[in-house]
Design a protein around this ligand. Structure first.
Ligand code: P1T
Length: 397
């Protein structure tokens, strides 16, 4: 009963199949506010809603179950990902956690071998003990993936580009494999955002975001988002969301909606600044390897060209000699880039995966995946590119 009401709230947003993406970021899935004509969705900071008789209400009864500000955000992400349904959670990890709860002990999940350290920890340290089996593989190699599929395989989980090695996985090709074997395909679209890549259009079943990053875009919110088309899975996820309760608050939903309104403009600048930083790193003698989908020798450059609108603002690189001491010297000298976890905000950040975002991954797994002592990950912000290049140049030299 609750599910159908929730789904009908989702159906209330403007039908926006005809809108262009840059209009959708502002209006997609939104309804007119009837009370006072507010142009921005009000922050419904309420835990509960009055009922005129027991069980009779305006479509909202308790804010774990439904909240109008959260619905505005859920409709927005559904619109951007060309999905029927959207869900908002308290974090990216709680969104992944809800997806994992769709499965039962004995089910097998094949995942990208390099992925966000927190996702890896959730898979290996939490869900493994409840009987889910995880297989981590380089999903670029489809023949290898096909050999790993068993009757128990229920989900292929793809990050693309991956965090932090910026590997690119061919979503359309993996989706064909999944369809042939009746397996769900879930894509963590955090690094690309729906502006650069729309996994559901490429055949994925579920798309997930750490909305904390580019979608909210201002490093002031922790939030997770899911979008999908299948009604049955959507019902299950709504049921899990309501039963487990990892929802986002209305203020965080509002801030994320506000961020999304400028997503297209910010992403264009993240991508063009990313390109300028890449050009600088490419000619830098002290830099050994660069990981960025725009690099012509990137192993899946052509796939990136096919499935992404541009190459994004996430770049990883290593110093020649692979010395941790070089990383420390470099990060200490930076003035514009801030040494911090996270990514996708307007400001440029630098991260050392081995000691920061991927410290929870065992060293041998990190090394197998290329996360070496000198690997550095940049989240290129939207400052003036000359200042960014200058900052890197001073710190490196
Ligand atoms: O932090 P949270 O909103 O829970 O999102 C987790 C998450 C999921 N997926 C990807 C690809 C991510 O990058 C993250 C979070 N990542 C960082 C905090 C980071 O610095 O890489």
């Amino acid at each position: 009963m609750y599910i159908s009401r929730t789904l009908s709230n989702h159906a209330r947003g403007i039908n926006n199949r005809i809108m262009k993406f840059n209009t959708k970021v502002i209006h997609g899935g939104q309804i007119k506010e009837k009370g006072y004509g507010a142009v921005m969705p009000p922050i419904y900071q309420t835990s509960t809603y009055a009922q005129s008789e027991p069980g009779v209400h305006e479509g909202y009864e308790y804010s774990r179950t439904q909240n109008p500000t959260r619905h505005a955000l859920e409709n927005s992400i559904a619109s951007l990902e060309n999905a029927k349904y959207g869900l908002a959670f308290s974090s990216g990890l709680s969104a992944i956690d809800a997806i994992l709860k769709l499965f039962k002990p004995g089910d097998e999940i094949i995942s990208t071998h390099d992925l966000y350290g927190g996702s890896y920890r959730l898979f290996n340290k939490i869900y493994k003990k409840y009987g889910l089996k995880f297989i981590f593989e380089d999903l670029k190699d489809l023949e290898k993936v096909e050999k790993l599929i068993t009757p128990k395989t229920k989900l292929i989980w793809v990050e693309t580009p991956t965090n932090p090695m910026i590997n690119v996985i061919d979503i359309a090709a993996i989706s064909e494999l999944c369809k042939k074997n009746n397996i769900l395909l879930g894509v963590d679209n955090t690094f690309s955002t729906p502006y650069l890549q729309r996994p559901l259009d490429l055949g994925a079943d579920i798309v997930m975001h750490s909305g904390t990053k580019y979608l909210a875009g201002h490093s002031d919110v922790i939030i997770g988002l899911i979008a999908l088309n299948d009604e049955k899975i959507a019902e299950n996820l709504f049921f899990i969301q309501n039963s487990s309760g990892a929802i986002c608050g209305p203020m965080d939903a509002f801030l994320t909606l506000r961020g999304i309104k400028t997503l297209h403009v910010r992403m264009d600048r993240h991508c063009s600044n990313g390109e300028k930083v890449f050009e600088y790193l490419k000619q830098c003698k002290k830099v050994e390897k660069i990981y960025w989908p725009g690099l012509e020798s990137h192993p899946n450059h052509l796939v990136a060209k096919k499935q992404m609108k541009k190459f994004g603002g996430m770049i990883s690189f290593t110093f020649a000699g692979n010395m941790y001491s070089d990383v420390v010297k470099f990060t200490k000298k930076l003035k514009v880039f801030t040494l911090a976890e996270s990514l996708g905000g307007v400001e440029s950040l630098v991260n050392h995966p081995a000691t920061m975002t991927h410290a929870s991954m065992p060293k041998k797994d990190r090394e197998r995946n290329g996360i070496t002592e000198s690997l550095i990950r940049l989240s290129v912000g939207i400052e003036d590119s000359a200042d960014l290049v200058n900052d890197l140049d001073k710190a490196i030299n």
